[in-house]
Design a protein around this ligand. Structure first.
Ligand code: ZN
Length: 262
């Protein structure tokens, strides 16, 4: 397992006396992926100082990344165990024939289908459309009379005070953005999104990254509401896995959780 990156290594130099004064407190917050208390000097400083804020965000991002890596490693180990078990069964003389038959009739066609659908998914266009009011896409402001706009990786979408927008993949509505919401598309197939603030409803199998956690929705519907301090999650159907600094947990349909500050 990788150790946490030392926050000071990649950090910009402290630039003001206030930065220097809050240095220790900032390092502690970064190491523990802690959210500074409301009203604390560090919280106020992070709002005002770009350098310290960037350092803090990066530390949280690294923490979320490590949590995800841990989960991937564990899944890999489980897959390996299942594979060994199948091999062990296949090597026993009685089942050898049926195992190789199963490979030819089931596994290979399934792999082929998986490969084909994955390839075609990458070619599907993703769009954003205002349902009411207007939203901004980068520097452009777009209202409900306009056609759906194509999305590219790294696009920021921000909805207005009394507006809503939907992100679609092909013909399906996949993500609903409620008023005053900021999200960034991490990849064009909308499988991954960066959630900054506001409220979104996700459907299908998607990954939402927040300042504190990676949230992986599996074939379901999830509503996320919050901001940089914390995000409330409600799983309406399917299930989701939350990976954050404290490890990972699974939420099933009907369950709620909060990530970030309580
Ligand atoms: Zn600072």
């Amino acid at each position: 397992m990788e150790p946490l990156q030392e926050p000071s290594e990649s950090a910009p130099e402290a630039t003001t006396p206030e930065c220097a004064e809050l240095r220790t407190e900032l390092a502690r917050a970064c190491e523990g992926a802690l959210v500074p208390e409301a009203g604390s000097p560090l919280r106020a400083h992070l709002r005002a100082c770009r350098a310290c804020e960037a350092e803090y965000r990066e530390a949280l991002r690294v923490t979320a990344h490590i949590a995800r890596e841990r989960r991937v490693a564990r899944e890999e180990q489980e897959r390996e165990q299942r594979r060994n078990e199948r091999l062990r069964l296949a090597r026993s003389p009685r089942s050898r024939r049926s195992f190789s038959l199963a490979i030819r009739t089931l596994v290979l066609p399934a792999l082929l289908i998986l490969l084909l659908t994955r390839t075609s998914n990458n070619e599907v266009e993703a769009h954003v459309k205002a349902l009411k009011g207007e939203y901004s896409l980068g520097v452009r402001r777009i209202d409900a009379t306009k056609l759906p706009q194509p999305l590219r990786r790294g696009d920021w979408i921000v909805t207005g005070d009394d507006s809503a927008a939907s992100l679609t993949l092909g013909a399906r509505h996949e993500v609903l953005l409620e008023p005053r919401t900021r999200v960034c598309v991490e990849d064009r197939s909308l499988g991954r999104m960066l959630f900054d603030s506001g409220a979104v409803v996700l459907r299908g199998t998607r990954t939402l990254t927040t300042a504190h956690a990676v949230i992986e929705l599996e074939k379901g519907e999830l509503r996320a509401v919050g901001d940089g301090a914390g995000v409330d999650l409600e799983v309406r159907s399917g299930s989701c896995v939350i990976s954050d600094a404290s490890g990972e947990r699974v939420l099933s349909a009907g369950e709620r959780a909060r990530v970030g500050a309580p």
